[in-house]
Design a binder for this molecule. Sequence first.
Ligand code: SAM
Length: 302
Amino acid sequence: MTTPAAPVAGGPSLREVIRRSASYLERHGIERPRPEVETLLMHLLGTDRAGLYARRRGLDVRTAQALGRALCRRAAGTPLQHVTGEQQFLDLVLRVEPGVFVPRPETEGLVLAALEALEGWPSPAVVDVGTGTGAVALAIASRRPDARVLATDVSAEAVALARANAERLGLPVEVLRGDLLGPVPAELRGRLALLVSNPPYLDPEAYDDLPAEVRADPYEALVGGTDVHRRLAGAAVAWLAPGGWLALEIGDAQAGEVRDLILAALPGARVEVRPDLAGRDRVLLARAPGVPGSDARDLGAR
Ligand SMILES: C[S@@+](CC[C@H](N)C(=O)[O-])C[C@H]1O[C@@H](n2cnc3c(N)ncnc32)[C@H](O)[C@@H]1O
């Protein structure tokens, strides 16, 4: 039996701990110090924001020490998600690790657009290319239990982490290691309702100017320009079912270029660009010609 940890005798109230910790992070250049302290405390205390502010007592000694260590790591530039080891993505809490891209809130928009595209498509087959932690594939699998969801990544670390996340969340995503759709079973050619990806899309020239925290993600997960978009557009011809969807996250200046390369690879596709709440182009949806449910060969040359 473990004994409850002793409160810090005469220690500060929780509100005071939050205030002092936020001020410490602010002095170390952290832009949103208070929400970050709240996140650290929610993680350490295993509670949500309401639980945090309903708490009457201060911190016990062990938690106070753990908070001190976490604040030092954060002040030294370790990304918050690497300190807590987790990141919320839509309604899922995902494990994250150094060496694997940390899912971003922008990508939630890609998932919501993809789910909308899948509405009315029974038992869709879905592939998420470049899955990282598994964020996109897992979010789709959690909201579409009738879907068969596969995910690929070239990175062995990403594949191991995505598999661990799928197992922990009890979601049946098949995670495969390899380039683009290389490891996807051939029986799914011409049968995908959705090919979705948040590929590496930054330009190499932009890399050196990125904040250190962004550069904590692997280079190969960040930098790629429109190369993966182009290769995926080419692959879509062979892998999408008639009327199937290609859903891609894009850099905010890439919409025109990616639209053109999709139309070149997938003539007759309907392309739509979805801006985010700030009005930046972030998601591009393309629908292959053809009627869902018709023979895949109707799409022509494959
Ligand atoms: C920007 S991260 C996105 C990760 C995840 N989908 C997300 O949104 O959080 C891009 C991912 O694509 C993977 N990747 C890069 N090139 C790839 C390729 N040719 N085939 C498969 N995966 C690739 C990287 O390893 C990385 O995990």
